[in-house]
Ligand binder design. Structure first.
Ligand code: TRP
Length: 460
């Protein structure tokens, strides 16, 4: 069931039909990966799906490098929804990931008219200052600006060759009157996501991007662009094993043995195939079946679990021959916390969320007015119980403020049974929120001097 669903990163109404989203967009369920040292977001099912997270976790368990990346729109104020992403970045950082953070100043300039100078000020004072307080480690974090990193802009152009308006129409629903800034922004975002794999920015390694589902169209686009840029395709072989095929394109034809006249240059082709065979043999495979004319190599004895190591070899070979050698980025998807009012959380509607700079009085006021899952009267509430699944105060404890799973489960049960009243639930949430926020404000004062340490050399 469920009709065609389109996810739109610019729309303000989001689908929360997570089951349908998983099946329609081919996301992988979180239940098929084992998460080391899970955070409350993992334990409570708030991160519900992923693409290729297993590739990242394998790198982690093999002691190989991996990175995590996110971007910020330097337009509004940092709120709880943004904090949830940084919590995930921090979790990956603690696992050993290097961190790259994009300030989307070109995007905010083009789509919201913000000056670059203003974007810089907002990014540092409103976002990076809070990242420091949230515990990101500046040692392994690099914050950069889209406007001053030409590798990102260059990549947007290079990758732009691998897509067209029809694809943008089908991914984003664009039509003839779409503003072209909305065409540029996703290409630059693809550059943001892929450029950390370049040798100058950390080199070939898996990169994971934790996002809300609204950003998945960008990930689908980016993954497609990376795959289409690859010189060597890796597929399952009919009858078992893996097959490598050459992907001949305008800019690699000569290197892959297609001469200017379109004819096969067997000498060049043979040496490409020999190089691939040598790389694959290096992984220990005995029977490797090359076919220079077809431009294919079959490895019957390879299994699905050999995919990553074969792919790495191919990407390195591609790089040595002049290609980009890009992996598809991995991603994880989190549920959206509802806004305090029961609508969508949004920076432009201050009563729907808590900003990290809000004072205690504002927090108290906002939570007191929050949408409740309680019954209209105390008598009915005692008799029928409340519904924590729609009670915003409960939801906020679960998403943001309550570290203790056991306590949360008790509160849940006691609310359902009617033992805890709606007002009491709000007071619990207020207590937790104020405690958290007071502590956060202290930390921000203590870590303010670190802000510049987060900046990449090209951002200083
Ligand atoms: N488009 C994102 C937003 O609207 C910002 C962004 C730019 C981003 N580049 C990114 C997010 C790379 C994740 C990864 O918030």
């Amino acid at each position: 069931m469920g009709g065609e669903l389109r996810i739109d990163p610019w729309s303000s109404n989001q689908s929360t039909d997570y089951g349908n989203i998983i099946s329609q967009f081919g996301l992988q369920s979180m239940s098929d990966v084992e998460i080391p040292n899970p955070s409350h977001l993992h334990r409570r099912g708030l991160i519900f799906a992923h693409r290729d997270l297993d590739v990242v976790l394998s790198a982690h368990s093999a002691g190989q490098p991996f990175g995590v990346l996110t971007g910020l729109m330097p337009s509004g104020r940092m709120h709880l929804g943004h904090k949830m992403v940084i919590d995930q970045i921090s979790w990956f950082q603690n696992l050993g990931a290097d961190v790259t953070i994009t300030v989307a100043d070109l995007e905010s300039n083009a789509t919201r008219g913000l000056s670059l100078a203003r974007a810089r000020k907002v990014a540092l004072e409103e976002y990076v200052a809070n990242y420091a307080a949230l515990g990101l480690d500046p040692e392994t974090t690099q914050v950069y600006f889209q406007s001053t990193r030409s590798a990102v802009q260059k990549m947007a152009f290079t990758l732009g060759r691998r897509t067209n308006l029809s694809e943008f129409e089908s991914i984003y629903g664009f039509s003839g009157d779409t503003n072209l800034a909305h065409v540029l922004a996703p290409l630059v975002q693809a550059g943001d996501i892929l450029h950390p794999m370049l040798d100058e920015y950390g080199g070939l390694r898996p990169i994971v991007v934790p996002v809300g589902v609204d950003q998945d169209p960008h990930l689908r686009l980016t993954r497609g662009l990376a795959a289409k840029s690859n010189w060597f395709n890796l597929n399952s072989r009919k009858g078992g094993g893996l097959t490598i095929g050459l992907s001949v394109q305008d800019d690699n034809a000569a290197a892959l043995g297609i001469a200017g006249d379109g004819k096969l240059d067997l000498k060049v082709r043979q040496s490409v195939i020999d190089n691939i065979v040598a790389e694959v043999a290096d992984l220990g495979f005995a029977d490797i079946l090359p076919n220079a004319k077809h431009g294919s190599i079959q490895i019957p004895s390879a299994t699905q679990s050999d995919r990553s190591s074969v792919r790495m070899k191919l990407l390195r070979l591609e790089r040595s021959m002049g290609g980009l050698g890009l992996m598809q980025p991995a991603s994880t998807y989190h549920r959206f916390a509802v806004g305090l009012t029961g609508d969508k959380m949004s920076s432009s509607l201050p009563n729907t969320t808590i900003f990290l700079t809000d004072d205690i009085a504002a927090v108290e006021r906002k939570i007191k007015r929050a949408f409740s899952g309680g019954q209209p009267t105390v008598e009915e509430h005692r008799r029928l119980g409340g519904d924590p699944d729609i009670d915003v105060a409960y939801q906020y404890m679960m998403y943001f403020f309550e570290p203790d799973d056991k306590f949360l489960a008790e509160v849940n049960a006691d609310y359902r049974s009617g033992k805890i009243l709606a007002g009491e639930m709000k007071q619990l949430c207020i207590d937790r929120a104020c405690e958290w926020l007071t502590n956060h404000h202290q930390l921000r004062d203590q870590t303010g001097h670190l802000v510049n340490d987060f900046l990449a050399p090209d951002a200083r």
